[in-house]
Design a protein around this ligand. Structure first.
Ligand code: FES
Length: 148
């Protein structure tokens, strides 16, 4: 006990915005090659805002908690604000994560970015100048240990 904050436990046990969005106009999927966890993010963008967001995560508890918190942090926000979401902000909003689980939060940030990139692509806009190159997550890049 005590490894996870109350907020992490709460979002793990009771994740917000779980499911699929049939009318999403931005969908992103990212995976962690090492642990095999997968996160899919659905966005419905309307008038430059995240009108709705849902996610599906097949992964560890920290991945579920961070995706849940990420959806809460971007729901109703402008695209510009959603673009600024960092895994650090997600972790802070959850009152922290154990260091060995920090990489799971990277997945949440990347899933939001991948969904926004898909949104831009569908609008005929090249996402790369806006979002930069989206790297595949690798544990080597974040130094995480997937606990696998
Ligand atoms: Fe792989 Fe958490 S995302 S262990």
């Amino acid at each position: 006990m005590g490894m996870y904050s109350e907020k992490v436990m709460n979002h793990f046990a009771n994740p917000r915005n779980v499911g699929e969005l049939p009318d999403a106009n931005g969908v992103g999927e990212v995976g962690n090659a090492k642990c095999g966890d997968i996160m899919r993010m659905y966005l419905k963008v309307e008038d430059g805002r995240i009108a709705d967001v849902k996610f599906m995560t097949f992964g560890c508890g920290a991945a579920i908690a961070t995706s849940s918190m990420a959806t809460e942090l971007i729901k109703g926000k402008s695209i510009e604000d959603a673009l600024k979401l960092t895994n650090k902000a997600v972790v802070e909003a959850l009152d922290g994560l154990p260091p060995v689980k920090l990489h799971c939060s990277v997945l949440a940030e990347q899933a939001v970015k991948a969904a926004l990139a898909d949104y831009y692509t569908r609008q005929g806009i090249d996402p790369e100048p806006i979002l930069g190159k989206l790297d595949e997550h690798s544990c080597a890049s974040c130094g995480g240990d997937c606990g696998a």
